[in-house]
Ligand binder design. Structure first.
Ligand code: AQP
Length: 329
């Protein structure tokens, strides 16, 4: 069976981009692939977190994976910090990654600019930990949003470099990026991607926002000064809303443009808000239900954590042997 890895940071409540660009697509792989979906809490501490909050967010994120449709019997859903192999492989891969490569990463440059007071080494080596996540599970594909393409490119380079030195140790992963939803933009600055940690709460739709909040945020979305509902490069705000609407309603861009021909932005924004709220409602209901069942979630955390460890250790032992670490007695 082929393998797949993907993950998300527990840096906040998931936003619509995380869902449309990644999580929504994960459900389709469970029969064909051995799937590993991780809550990457180790990545999350590259930015300062409140410990109690982080613990809460990590659990909510894991619960949200299930609420969004991932069957925990078929998909291995677990916490990164419960599988020490992530950190161990990451260290080894650090020694096969160049400073120059890491300084070229756009996410690092963006985050370093945003967190100038805390440009820590973890922020810099973030992509190496991500490479370890992916390579530990011999992943064939990595379903992510468009912003992670560069990190996966780097993962491939590191894996290739290692394989050239030591033989076929790692599977070279391919990014899996869907055409629609791969880059959902901020509702307030439509030239910037939507992000969970955006300081402006109106910029992002969070997966657990209630219907009124969702509609209010769409009503406030920044568009442009003409009044034509048309998908076009020079209309980033409206194009973003059209893209969101097509996914939420199942209609095409052409159908959407036709549906709202001659109608105003106000009416269109209302329709987008309603469609998104309707799409998220079943996930929210399931999330609420699951959150009450502590024993069930605990069981998943335990069982899947052990399963992930088993698979991860197989790769780690191989790598440790290749680089020359003494065998365990
Ligand atoms: N705006 C987006 N559109 C489409 N996909 C997106 N992803 C993130 N933003 C968008 C995808 O969501 C997955 C999880 O991302 P992450 O948690 O690893 O962190 P991120 O990419 O840095 O996402 P955020 O929301 O912007 O988090 P913060 O604010 O903490 O940095 C990935 O597959 C990503 O591509």
């Amino acid at each position: 069976k082929k393998s797949l890895f993907s993950g998300m940071q527990a840096t906040g409540t998931l936003q619509l981009g995380n869902y449309l660009g990644a999580l929504r697509n994960w459900v389709e792989f469970e029969d064909e692939y051995e799937c590993f979906y991780c809550v990457v809490d180790m990545h999350s501490i590259t930015v300062r977190q409140n410990p109690a909050e982080l613990r809460k967010k990590a659990r909510a994120l894991l619960t949200l994976y299930i609420a969004a449709g991932l069957d925990p019997e078929k998909n291995c859903i677990y916490y990164q910090s419960h599988v020490p192999a992530h950190a161990e492989l990451s260290w080894i891969l650090n020694c096969f990654t160049y400073m120059g490569e890491l300084s070229r990463m756009t996410q690092y440059k963006d985050k370093a600019a945003k967190h100038a007071e805390n440009i820590n080494a973890g922020l810099f080596t973030y992509p190496v930990l991500m490479a370890a996540d992916i390579l530990l599970f011999q992943s064939d594909i990595v379903p992510v949003g468009d912003d992670q393409k560069q990190h996966i490119e780097l993962t491939r380079d590191i894996a290739q470099r290692f394989n050239n030195l030591y033989g076929e140790v790692f599977t070279i992963p391919e990014p899996y990026i869907k055409k629609t939803g791969a880059r959902i933009m901020s509702l307030q600055e439509p030239t910037k991607k939507m992000s969970k940690s955006d300081e402006n709460p109106n910029a992002s739709i969070f997966l657990l926002d209630d219907t009124d909040t969702i509609i209010r945020k769409f009503k406030k979305a920044v568009t442009d000064s003409d009044n034509e509902i048309r998908h076009s490069k020079d209309k980033p705000g409206i194009s973003n809303l059209i893209e969101i609407y097509t996914i939420a309603s199942g209609k095409t861009i052409a159908e959407t443009e036709k549906e709202f021909e001659g109608k105003g932005y106000g009416e269109f924004k209302m329709a987008v808000g309603e469609a998104v709220a309707a799409m998220l409602k079943p996930i929210q209901d399931r999330f609420e239900e699951l959150s009450k069942d502590k024993a069930y979630i605990d069981q998943i955390i335990k069982n899947n954590g052990e399963k992930a460890q088993y698979f991860a250790n197989k790769t780690l032992r191989k790598v440790q042997k290749k680089v020359g670490f003494p065998e365990r007695i």
